[in-house]
Design a protein around this ligand. Sequence first.
Ligand code: PLP
Length: 430
Amino acid sequence: MSDGPTYGFDTLQIHAGARPDPATGARQTPIYQTTAYVFRDADHAAALFNLQEVGFIYSRLTNPTVAVLQERVATLEGGVGAVCCSSGHAAQIMALFPLMGPGCNVVASTRLYGGTVTQFSQTIKRFGWSAKFVDTDDLDAVKAAIDENTRAVFCESIANPGGYVTDIRALADVADAAGIPLIVDNTSATPYLCRPIEHGATLVVHSTTKYLTGNGTVTGGCIVDSGKFDWSANDKFPSLSEPETAYHGLKFHETFGPLAFTFHGIAIGLRDLGMTMNPQAAHYTLMGIETLSLRMERHVENAQKIAAWLEADDRVDYVTYAGLPSSPYHDRVKAHYPRGAGALFTFAVKGGYDACIKLVNALEIFSHVANLGDARSLIIHSASTTHRQLTPEQQEAAGAGPGVVRVSIGIEDADDLIADLDQALSKASA
Ligand SMILES: *Cc1c(COP(=O)(O)O)cnc(C)c1O
């Protein structure tokens, strides 16, 4: 099919990027389990290496199965191109890589996936990059944090560990005024609940490990480019606007226009960083994406029911789900995320740390794991696991205090999930 703009999300999640296999007619996208591709002749090989012709050279750069996934995610997000890579964390480095250089910084939201906070506050320093963390609800603070070395603003749409949703448009306006891109991690929302590019984001990153795959089988990441940013409008992005010595002086923006970022991601990012997605992982994620909208509808419906049930329960102190009328972000959800606030939230158990531990141990359907976005319901007590290394103040700031658990609500029967929470809360408060 041609991916006309007239097709709806449910059609595109199954068809975008895929064609019957030209060699066999196979309807499902084959897993092209190959490292290299035979050149037609020496001229063909030269044209491919010169980026004069688009084709397959070597699977560190491009692979036909991965290419279908790239086109699918780009289409669902409303972008012009996408680069898949080995994990969500790889996607974040790959998104920053063309923009940054030693001495450059990214202004990042304080409300991020825990692993991203560590990656940004510690590990990127090895590249000479740094991050400044600000409350992205305070637009003046964001403006104040942006300096002449800032190369991007980074946030999550629906932020981990839950209960917070970003006003992407407001943040995009601040980034625009500063001449820098807004990068949105859309992992928890998925393009079904939120399409950040429509709200002004330049780049969207995903951990495809989560809802896009949807069954906890493979890790992967993706960077989608809106194609709308003018990389040559100022001198902040020389790797895209100036001759790039890492590719014999090629000017990516001049040569590839709106696809400059995507070509750079493949020709330099994947070529030299090597954080490549393998075709098996792309296959699992393509399978998952076919049912994305159906799963997200059920995830949201279940999360809404369970959050309301928990909020009304005496054994629970509070619930931070933005889909609840009690949430300070409820109006923002209605305005910007009309299909719902996702399926990730935290709740506080009366009895604190000990009660949380008992709850996690007593649950039977919920799995105690460090993951989210699985078809099955998951729970984690952050203070004793993912946030264990943090001080009590840092745990509270991250919404992961000792008396709080985080749930990722799956697509099982809501009544069964509620019954499971009910029996476990009884044991926790006994
Ligand atoms: C899991 C996650 C990541 C990191 O992705 P990996 O695939 O685990 O590397 C980044 N951001 C968010 C919001 C996540 O949930």
